[in-house]
Structure formats: structure tokens, C-alpha cells
Design a protein. Structure first.
Length: 144
């Protein structure tokens, strides 16, 4: 009886780490998409904060599509409203992608005098865990 409980716990941990790994893959693709959009816009002369906001929206759309189809699929709820999940994803990402990200970007660029091209890469170290928790336990949480 005790062995079965241990096996269930191990299986649960494997599933959780697998989900975090998938979330990381989606996050990496978001980072690449957002960074490419950001770098192009900055290169074209757009202010780095405005470029960051536009790049953020490109990442949110990518995140919603892949997290819905790939990462949190096991938690699918037939009663879930996809538009509501998108709005929650947008809100969760707004917190990390706009608020935390822009505050950190100002810190890196204006206070620590780091490159405006390096700032968004450093931000991932802070925003990834926050974003996973918000998505896992709020945006994709089963209703009811």
C-alpha cells in the first residue's frame, strides 16, 4: 500500500516537472519572438519601452496558443471559456510582462547602465517563475 503511494507521488512529480519543462519551452519561444520583435523595433528607432510593450503582445498571443494546446492541456475543462482564459493569461502576463518587466528594464538600462539589448534577457530570470505560478494556479485553474 505504501509503495503505491510513493509511486503516485513520483508520478505526480514527473508530471509537474514535465509541465514546468513544457512551460519553459513555450516561454523560450515567447522570449525569442518577443526579443526579435523588440530588437527590430529598437533598431528601427522606437523607444525601448514602447518596443517592449509591442513585443509583449506578440509573446502573450504565442503563450496563450501554446500553453492552451501543449502545456495545460491535461487540465482542460470542457466548461472553460477560452476567451476568459485568454484574458487571465493577458492579465498574468501583463503583471510580469509589462509591470515587472518594464520596472526591471528601467533598472537595468537607466540605473545599472546595462545594454537595452541585455535587459530583456535578464528579466526572464525573474519573470519566468512568477508567470508559471500565475498561469498554473489562476489562468488555467479548473473552474469550480
Amino acid at each position: 500500500m505504501e509503495v503505491a503511494g510513493v509511486k503516485d507521488r513520483i508520478s505526480g512529480l514527473e508530471e509537474r516537472f514535465g509541465q514546468i519543462f513544457k512551460f519553459g519551452i513555450v516561454g523560450a519561444s515567447n522570449t525569442v519572438i518577443s526579443y526579435v520583435v523588440y530588437a527590430i523595433l529598437v533598431y528601427l528607432g522606437m523607444h525601448y519601452l514602447a518596443a517592449n510593450v509591442i513585443a509583449y503582445f506578440a509573446g502573450v498571443i504565442n503563450s496563450f496558443i501554446w500553453n492552451s494546446k501543449y502545456v495545460f492541456k491535461a487540465e482542460e475543462d470542457p466548461n472553460r471559456n477560452p476567451f476568459k482564459v485568454f484574458l487571465k493569461t493577458l492579465a498574468a502576463s501583463a503583471f510580469t510582462g509589462l509591470v515587472v518587466n518594464n520596472v526591471l528594464l528601467v533598472l537595468w538600462v537607466n540605473v545599472l547602465n546595462l545594454s537595452e539589448y541585455l535587459g530583456p534577457i535578464l528579466n526572464v530570470l525573474v519573470t519566468f517563475p512568477i508567470n508559471y505560478i500565475l498561469n498554473k494556479y489562476w489562468a488555467y485553474k479548473k473552474e469550480g
